[in-house]
Design a protein. Structure first.
Length: 321
């Protein structure tokens, strides 16, 4: 990875154009999708402030780009099993297992979901990132939608930007919550560690809203349902850690192991052996980008989460009150 830096003033002839369109004209060495991604990640400022890709410019604004440029990795098909929940000529819905990286990058040259998609349908090579329009972290399991046509790709990108794709997650967090709530805290890159995200109240933060609801409470943990109003990188992980309820297994954001007093061996093993953040994308709902049908998909909990939740339930039953 490398860092790119650019500073330029918006030409007068770009007045009235959207930010993403103006950037594409000003920096033709980068693709529009890459530039739009930098805008969404908060790596582009306009007169020192964050803007949306579709926001119109007046001309004369000062553009600053400080962005991470991922090393380009050649895409190649690989025969990796896919759990496909739905597909048609325009899209594919897959259930991603924990441990599978979404697309190639530094440290992950192959063996990714993108490689698997290219094996499933070689025609996806004609689409940006083989049709991948959003992502899940490597160790997050659950549902993703992938575009299969240029028409669907453009529509899905717009729907995601406009928050018209409903994404519901389930997570196990530290601490016994008594109720649900909403975390409304802007997120941006960590000021020191470029691989992490953090709550940023300054110009480096971008609006992020997570709604969470308590499903089950245990002695020292809780099972929560999270719904995203926005879709920032690591959003649920950072937001839950921000309110002092980090996800179990999330070593990056403080979810180290805490054992309830007198925990049975099964719970000790389940907590200490849980090697990823306890997060699963369980529901995905949206309007079909082409034929406008209402679509909704659900994914059952993976085995490791089932075992963890069962151990927490049994522990709570054995230690009532």
């Amino acid at each position: 990875m490398s860092t790119v830096r650019h500073s330029a003033r918006v030409p007068v002839e770009q007045a009235g154009r959207r930010l993403d369109q103006a950037l594409a004209a000003m920096f033709p060495q980068y693709s529009r999708s890459r530039l739009s991604g930098w805008v969404r990640e908060g790596e582009v400022t306009v007169d020192g402030a964050l803007r949306a890709p579709r926001e119109r410019l007046q001309g004369g604004e000062q553009i600053e780009i400080v962005a991470t440029l991922q090393d380009e990795v050649a895409m190649r098909p690989q025969a990796i099993a896919l759990d496909i929940r739905y597909e048609d000529a325009h899209l594919i819905v897959v259930d991603k297992p924990a441990g599978l990286v979404v697309h190639p990058g530094a440290g992950n040259a192959d063996g990714t979901l993108q490689n698997a998609l290219l094996h499933h349908d070689p025609a996806l090579a004609a689409l940006p990132r083989a049709g991948i329009v959003h992502r899940l972290d490597k160790d997050t399991s659950g549902l993703m939608v992938v575009a299969r046509s240029l028409e669907a790709h453009a529509a899905l990108v717009a729907m995601l930007a406009e928050h018209r794709v409903q994404r519901q997650y389930v997570a196990v967090v530290r601490g016994a919550l008594v109720a649900g709530g909403t975390v409304d805290a802007p997120l941006g890159r960590h000021p020191v560690d470029r691989l992490r995200r953090a709550v940023r109240e300054d110009a480096g933060g971008k609006r992020a809203v997570t709604h969470y609801r308590l499903r089950e409470r245990y002695r020292a943990h809780s099972l929560v349902q999270c719904t995203l109003e926005t879709g920032r990188t690591h959003q649920i992980r950072v937001h839950m850690a921000h309110i002092r309820h980090p996800l179990v297994g999330d070593r990056v954001y403080g979810g180290h192991v805490i054992l309830p007093r007198g925990a049975a061996p099964a719970l000790v093993e389940a907590l200490q052996g849980f090697g990823r953040q306890a997060l699963h994308a369980e529901r995905l709902a949206f309007v079909h980008p082409v034929d406008e049908r209402d679509l909704a998909f659900e994914s059952g909990l993976p085995e490791d989460l089932v075992i963890l939740i069962q151990a927490l339930r049994e522990d709570a039953q054995e230690h009532p009150g």
